[in-house]
Design a protein around this ligand. Structure first.
Ligand code: BG6
Length: 486
């Protein structure tokens, strides 16, 4: 199966923080892959803008090294690499001063008809300085786009301040707030599964759904990122953004059209319909040490830290569709497997003629985001063979890599899709300012609850499903988490 690639218009993409880690690991490799498949035109320009003093030749060398390190050698073709490096420019710039801005303006004005986008791959403390200079200097045109990425605030107040400061220089239609989870292929597939099939939607409500679990489990710890992570914790790092987005796409009403504001309006309604949580709806944890690997507290270098590396939540959405159906969210570091999935467990039939069916299970739709993107439907069938009516549960498995063949192996990475959407001017997979604020408005009171409580996060063993108390959270309603195992 060959996917269709529609080339985008010529563009100038300025990457502030062009020498940084995100640019090296994700942005340049993603753009390269888009050029390799013919989506990024060879006359596009990618302008690295950073503080370091270097010329374009030296910068192209760093980009070339990033490609060698982060692009699959199978797609690294000398001709494409050459074309790609020819698109790279560099401007030494001072985000808080005046140096470099006239040079950037001159460079961009050489081709004033190209689409202009500015990717702020820098600390959020620089967002306002850069946005203001782009606007005041006339470098940003009314059609230019600005791209920012989390952390988008630390709480509601700071998120409102950030939105306000960006809005002084750019209007909402120009602001692209990245949540890289929205760029993941299977996350978009969630919308296709729900809204392009007649099968699921009639069952997608509290009458038929017993509970929904959303898990994003990681095997890595916070080594090396301790300083950042200890100020965030799982709630700010994963729940307020990625998990909320997954929850929204799972629970939202069908939008009237697949258009940015129609989709984002529906997501916003889900966040606003979330009930406030009480302490008993939450479980926090911190991983212990094992073998020669340190504990969370060792990794952040603070034995008294109360920041969570694991969180499990029991949430309810107060609307007609979902009242009464629990949504369980769980995420953490150093768990049993790297696994992201959404599990929709359906209710039992209203009357069963097979009393031997395990009361704990039931039909379930398991949407795996990573690894091995795909969908599994758990169904009950008759155990084959003579000997009476024995029932067993089997998965109806559709791993995309099997169904789609080689194409699935080259599924675009999140940043590839998202950057191309910026150039196309499609905001559907980007968070709107009010969505971000609503998500903080829901998470802030939970974080406050924890900070006022004397209860510390519970220790858990690495390579497990987290603190045992998280099983009690689901168990209290007769539900069971799926195991986190490879
Ligand atoms: C980031 C978080 O946003 O997402 C990290 O800051 C986390 O802590 C990462 O590891 C997970 O992303 P992915 O794509 O690897 O699931």
């Amino acid at each position: 199966m060959v996917s269709t690639v529609i080339p985008v218009q010529p563009f100038d993409l300025v990457i502030f923080g062009g020498t940084g880690d995100l640019a090296r690991r994700k942005i340049f490799p993603s753009l390269y892959r888009r050029m390799a498949v013919g989506q990024m035109p060879t006359d596009a320009r990618i302008v690295g803008a950073a503080r370091s003093e270097m010329d374009v030749k030296a910068f192209r060398k760093t980009v070339s090294e990033a490609l060698d390190e982060f692009v699959d050698p199978k797609v690294l073709k000398p001709e494409v690499v050459k074309n790609f490096l020819n698109c790279i420019e560099y401007v030494q710039i001072d985000a808080k001063g005046t140096n470099g801005w006239p040079e950037l303006k001159k460079l961009l004005n050489e081709r004033s008809d190209s689409i202009r986008a500015f990717y702020l791959s820098v600390a959020p403390s620089l967002f306002e300085d850069i946005a203001t200079r782009l606007s005041k200097s006339g470098i940003a045109t009314p059609d230019s786009r600005i791209v920012v990425e989390k952390p988008l605030g630390h709480d509601l107040e700071s998120a409102v301040a950030l939105n306000r400061s960006l809005s002084q220089s750019f209007c909402e239609q120009q602001i692209y707030r990245i949540d890289h989870y929205l760029g993941k292929e299977t996350v978009q597939n969630l919308m296709a599964i729900r809204f392009a099939n007649a099968l699921f939607e009639p069952l997608w409500n509290a009458r038929h759904v017993e509970h929904i679990q959303i898990t994003v489990a990681e095997t890595v710890g916070v080594e090396g990122r301790g300083a950042y992570y200890d100020k965030s914790g799982a709630m700010r790092d994963m729940v307020q953004n990625h998990m909320m987005q997954l929850l929204c796409l799972t629970a939202m009403e069908p939008p009237a059209r697949f258009e940015p504001d129609a989709v984002r309006d529906e997501k916003l309604k889900v966040i606003r319909a979330l009930d406030p949580l009480s302490a008993s709806d939450t479980v926090r944890g911190q991983y212990r040490a094992t073998g020669d690997e340190g504990s969370y507290l060792d990794h952040v270098g603070d034995p008294s830290s109360r920041t969570e590396s694991f969180v499990a939540l029991r949430c309810h959405i107060s609307n007609w569709r979902w009242a009464g159906t629990p949504f369980y969210l769980r995420t953490g570091k150093k768990l049993g497997a790297r696994l992201s999935e959404i599990v929709v467990t359906f209710k039992h039939p209203p009357h069963t003629i097979f009393p031997q069916v395990d009361a704990q299970k039931g039909n379930a739709l398991i949407i795996r985001l990573q690894p091995d993107e795909g969908i599994t439907m758990r169904v009950t069938i008759k155990d084959p063979g003579p000997g009476g009516m024995r029932l067993i549960e089997v998965p109806l498995d559709m791993t995309f890599a099997d169904a789609l063949g080689e194409e699935a192996g080259v599924m675009p990475e999140a940043y590839e899709r998202l950057i191309m959407d910026v150039i196309r001017g499609d905001q559907t997979l980007f968070m709107r300012g009010d969505e971000v604020e609503a998500a903080w408005a829901w998470t802030d009171p939970i974080i406050k609850l924890w900070s006022e409580s004397s209860v510390r996060p519970l220790p858990y063993d690495p390579k497990t499903g987290g603190p045992i108390e998280s099983y009690k959270l689901t168990g209290a309603e007769g539900h069971l988490w799926r195991e986190i195992s490879a």
